[in-house]
Design a protein around this ligand. Sequence first.
Ligand code: CA
Ligand code: CA
Length: 147
Amino acid sequence: MADSDVEAFLTEAEEQQVVEAILQAERATSGEIRVHIEPRCPIDPLERAREVFYRLKMDNTKDNNGVLIYVAVKEHKFAIYGGSGINAAVPSGFWNSTCRLIETHFRQKKFKQGLTEGIRMAGEELKKFFPWKPSDTDELSNEISKG
Ligand code: CA
Ligand code: CA
């Protein structure tokens, strides 16, 4: 059972909207997006996102194009960590606009909206470098991971 703050972060219906946003985004890109939420982040959020990325075996994709949106719910800290295939293909600061969008919503405590719109934008950005292809499969679960 996940921490109660983690459970309270999104309602059941909101979680489904987040999962749906991932499903929609992955119809346009071969990139694989996941969301992980946990109570607190003991270290730098990006460093923690990297740890979770590997713990969830998100490096296990053909093009190394997994993307983790990591959130520490009590602190409203978050980070986006992309796989090595993405880092090799995109310009630096690639996630800046998506991060800003999420931050804007989180500041207003619109967490579901921050995630769904962040996912949508991440998908838009990713498809420029990793367009969807007919051979694409759902390589990583779209369900929210909780810790
Ligand atoms: Ca896919
Ligand atoms: Ca997926």
